[in-house]
Design a protein around this ligand. Structure first.
Ligand SMILES: C[S@@+](CC[C@H](N)C(=O)[O-])C[C@H]1O[C@@H](n2cnc3c(N)ncnc32)[C@H](O)[C@@H]1O
Length: 221
């Protein structure tokens, strides 16, 4: 089998931790490679409002494991093929993303979950009549209930670009979880890690109070 990228995703999302786990935020551009007549290959695509991107998890490091601990799992490891983990036998990602416009070799897309530089292997139109099955069973994910946590960001954290990402992660579940990079600290606070950032918070009943942040070990004021 020979696979060659047909393009690359360009966006402002340069670090993995800031991305949603499924297409939910931001905009980006798929830049198709020149010299392969791909500008002709995308003719008729603008008639579709959503497309599938099939892509390579090029930033996944190390060996894949048969069982992984997904961020949303509340009861241990899951077979990797029953997850959307980036660490899989063949690190292929699929994302159904809004297609905003096409200009020559550039495809502008809406909410996505790909980091800048991701190789794009294929593009197909999303066909709601064949690709959408909202009533199917969701396996272990069905056990994951949306928490009723009320996240309150302190003034320092509110001003940060990552604020809404912090809110989304903690609203889902602020309790310690290794794969979600949430640790209980000896002083009773909890710490969330996202890239080089560390966020410190307390839980009071259903309230999650995010008080301070460090970036590369330095306090953010
Ligand atoms: C859980 S995966 C799901 C991807 C895709 N929607 C799927 O279901 O196959 C999404 C996460 O993959 C990570 N990611 C995005 N682009 C990546 C890349 N090029 N290499 C490795 N990880 C990536 C980001 O952390 C993002 O939040």
């Amino acid at each position: 089998m020979n696979l060659e990228p047909i393009g690359v995703l360009r966006s402002s999302a340069v670090f993995l931790g800031a991305l949603p786990r499924q297409p939910q935020a931001g905009e980006g551009v798929v830049e198709l490679v020149p010299g392969r007549h791909l500008d002709h290959a995308v003719h008729d695509l603008p008639g579709f409002s959503r497309i599938w991107l099939i892509w390579w998890f090029h930033r996944s490091k190390g060996e894949w494991r048969p069982k992984v601990l997904p961020p949303r799992s509340r009861c241990g490891r899951k077979g990797v093929l029953a997850t959307r983990s980036p660490h899989r036998p063949n690190p292929l990602g699929i994302s159904a993303v809004p297609l905003l416009r096409v200009e020559g070799l550039r495809l502008w897309i809406g909410a996505h979950d790909l980091v800048d530089g991701t190789p794009i292997l294929d593009i197909k139109p999303y066909l709601p009549r064949y690709d959408s099955f909202p009533n199917e069973r969701e396996g272990w994910l069905a056990q994951v209930e949306a928490g009723s946590w009320q996240v309150e960001l302190g003034p320092v954290v509110q001003g940060l670009e990552l604020a809404e990402r912090v809110r989304a992660i903690l609203a889902e579940d602020p309790l310690p979880h290794r794969a979600r990079r949430i640790h209980a600290m000896p002083d009773g606070r909890l710490r969330l890690g996202i890239g080089f950032w560390r966020f410190f918070y307390r839980i009071e009943g259903a309230r999650v109070l995010v008080e301070s942040a460090l970036f590369k070990g330095l306090k953010v004021d």
